[in-house]
Write a protein that binds this ligand. Structure first.
Ligand SMILES: Nc1ncnc2c1ncn2[C@@H]1O[C@H](COP(=O)(O)OP(=O)(O)OP(=O)(O)O)[C@@H](O)[C@H]1O
Length: 249
């Protein structure tokens, strides 16, 4: 059985506009792969094809050898494909702990916002403590989200996503809007993610990409221009010309 995600010949048209062109790639268990490319290259479209927000025009997506093409968004989350929540999904008046409790209750089919204010089962509370620790949020556990720095809020968002116990984690611009003084929080959190989790990072911040990714896929006009190590990508003259700019070194 193929371990992880295998995408084969994935294409998407919006009318006459082709935004994904015959994309073939794999994200094996433990992958730390970045998807980069200029604005409009099709990165978000590709993420939406993986999560089921969009249906492809053609092509297949296999997770651990099984097709997920026919699954809804919710079914794909249950199958193990998760994308980071947008910050607006956080309940700003609830504490960090209460926010993290919500997706766990939901996963356990006990979803009701009112329940997240009080302790769940010992297993649920233990899981929250572990997530808080993994993301170094323990000191902030009982603070309302509204008082946190933006970078810290992004970590809470990541904790919420991890609560679905994903096998494939898509981080869509994890550092977007995070002040440079806080971006190290994001980098460190990504570095501490479970080793066997496959991570796809869509990110414009090249410094962050080079710190956390060991494979980079370059997307241009909906097609893969190249895939390689960060060193190979930086050395590629087309990438330097098209994306990084000729002067990048
Ligand atoms: N629902 C849609 N209908 C029509 N065209 C769309 C739709 N969604 C995206 N597009 C187009 O598809 C192309 C790829 O967009 P996409 O958002 O995937 O690029 P991106 O690489 O994520 O860009 P950015 O880095 O700016 O976020 C763009 O030309 C965009 O205008």
């Amino acid at each position: 059985m193929i371990d992880g995600l295998a995408v084969n010949g994935l294409s998407k048209h919006f009318g006459g506009l082709q935004v994904a062109r015959n994309l073939t790639l794999s994200l094996p268990g433990g992958a730390r792969t970045a998807l980069i490319g200029p604005n409009g290259a099709g990165k978000t479209t590709f993420a939406n094809l993986l999560t089921g927000v969009l249906k492809p025009t053609s092509g297949t997506i296999l997770l651990n050898g099984k097709s997920i093409g026919g699954l809804s968004e919710a079914e794909r989350v249950r199958a193990g494909i998760a994308k980071t929540f947008q910050i607006t999904n956080l309940f700003r008046d609830l504490t960090v702990r209460e926010n993290i409790r919500l997706p766990i209750l939901e996963r356990e089919h006990r979803t009701k916002k009112v329940f997240c204010r009080s302790d769940g089962t010992p297993e649920i509370e233990f899981e929250i403590v572990q997530l808080l620790r993994d993301l170094e949020l323990t000191p902030l556990a009982d603070k309302p989200v509204r008082g946190l720095a933006y970078g810290q809020q992004r970590l809470v968002e990541l904790a919420l996503t991890l609560a679905s116990r994903p096998k494939i984690l898509i981080l869509d611009e994890p550092a977007a809007g995070v002040p440079s003084t806080e971006s190290h929080l994001i980098v460190e959190a990504i570095k501490r993610l479970p080793a066997d989790l496959s991570v796809l990072i869509i990110e414009h911040d090249m410094q962050l990409v080079f710190e956390v990714a060991n494979r980079i896929i370059v997307l241009v006009n909906g097609a893969i221009l190249m895939e390689g190590t960060p060193e190979e990508v930086v050395a590629n003259s087309q990438v330097r010309e098209l994306y990084l700019g000729g002067g990048h070194d």
